[in-house]
Design a protein around this ligand. Structure first.
Ligand SMILES: [Zn+2]
Length: 415
């Protein structure tokens, strides 16, 4: 009896300690408020692309060993910056490639002030960040893990703050969007009575179920054989923005003259990204399916990985279209812009989205100047015009889905 009593006391004590520590220790209060004694650093871009928060700016002085800190009463987490000194100012940025930078999935719960810092002759000098953009906040929901999510608010007032706390993911927000290419009147490629639009939908549905089975919250841009508009309400491009998705995969089947004998898999990436996800996909598709890697060399940047940007001719067509429809061509469509609209237009200002509302004849991309974008890839699973490749596309759906699911998990958990 006495033993049970002591045991109960210990259990009660442990429960109380756990509750207390959860409430008090893991959510440090933030009393770091920059005052006039702080030096100043000016921010001209702050964005989220996929899981990555990034900012860019300058200091009107030469500063060495500049780092970024997330600071509160208990901790100071440091992040490297890329800097260069030019024209009397130190320019700084948190990333080189848009799918790198500060991974929001790795930030501990709490409240922070974001500052820059340097150490000069043993003195620590802090720089307060001054907003020079038209944006004032960002809102991020972490990927669903064990049915649980966190919400991160990044707010720019007199200084930049970040808060990260547990939350319930709103019902209309998702982790991943799968876009079955084409649909309805637009059938895409076809061969022997098989239509790309229907194959894409079948793949996308299987992939959604598979990703949900490992815990992600997934939505399709279309779940029926319908003609889906590219822009406007509930369109292909709006869904990733409106659902705050971290990753978007657009599923397609290819067709072309050069590859009829063999065919093969191709993944198209956005400009200024690393190819980690593309490389992981290629590795797993080779492992799980009998699909060859495409022999196509146009726009190839690594085996099976492709990057197509706008060329001079594309730019002239864009200008012509603008003149015809009486609006000013968007100067951010350059030779640097990604060619495929679906992976370009869901990235907001980070990928130079440009289909804006100046074209009044049809609805444009109302999110073209969003500072929050979805990381996107376009997957051409195989060439339908190749008989042997079509056979693989039709017979190895589950194997492809397993390869893509494994790749998504690997990429989102480790990169
Ligand atoms: Zn297609």
């Amino acid at each position: 009896m006495k033993k049970i009593f002591i045991f109960s006391i210990i259990v009660i004590f442990l429960v109380m300690f756990y509750t207390f520590s959860k409430n008090s220790f893991s959510l440090p209060k933030n009393n770091v408020i920059p005052n006039d004694n702080y030096e100043k650093a000016y921010v001209n871009s702050f964005t989220i692309y996929g899981r990555f928060f990034n900012l860019e700016g300058f200091i009107s002085d030469k500063v060495d060993n500049l780092i970024l800190v997330l600071k509160n009463d208990l901790s100071e987490d440091e992040y490297n910056l890329i800097t260069n000194y030019d024209n009397e100012q130190t320019n700084f940025k948190t990333n080189d490639l848009i799918n790198t930078g500060i991974n929001l999935e790795n930030i501990l719960e709490g409240e922070y002030t974001i500052l820059l810092k340097t150490i000069k002759e043993e003195d620590t000098i802090y720089y307060n960040l001054i907003n020079q953009t038209k944006y004032s906040n960002l809102e991020y929901y972490t990927l669903t893990k064990n049915n649980s999510n966190n919400k991160i608010d990044i707010t720019f007032n007199n200084y930049l703050t970040l808060t990260n706390k547990k939350t319930k993911l709103p019902s209309d927000y998702y982790d991943i969007i799968i876009d079955p290419g084409h649909g309805g009147k637009d059938v895409g490629a076809n061969k022997n009575g098989y239509y790309e639009s229907k194959i894409n939908l079948e793949y996308a549905t299987k992939l959604k179920n598979s990703l949900e089975s490992i815990g992600y919250k997934v939505k399709l841009t279309r779940d029926k054989d319908i003609t889906l508009p590219n822009y406007g309400d509930n369109s292909r491009v709006s869904v990733p923005y409106e659902t705050k998705a971290k990753l978007m995969l657009s599923i397609h089947q290819n067709s072309g003259v050069g590859q009829i004998n063999q065919g093969g898999f191709e993944v198209y990436v956005v400009n200024h990204t690393n190819y980690d996800f593309g490389n992981i996909l290629v590795k797993n598709i080779q492992k799980y399916t009998s699909s060859p890697i495409s022999k196509n060399v146009s726009y190839k940047i690594a085996p099976g990985v492709y990057l197509r940007t706008l060329n001079q001719n594309d730019l002239e067509e864009i200008k012509k279209d603008a003149l015809k429809n009486n609006y000013i061509p968007y100067e951010k469509a350059t030779l640097d812009s990604t060619y495929y609209f679906m992976i370009r237009e869901v990235g907001g200002i980070i990928t130079n989205s440009y289909v804006d509302l100046r074209n009044l004849e049809k609805p444009g991309n109302i999110y073209y100047d969003s500072n929050h974008g979805t990381e996107a890839y376009l997957l051409e699973l195989g060439y339908m015009n190749s008989t042997s490749n079509l056979k693989i596309i039709l017979e190895e759906k589950d194997k492809f889905v397993e390869a893509i699911t494994t790749s998504v998990k690997e990429y989102l958990e480790n990169n």
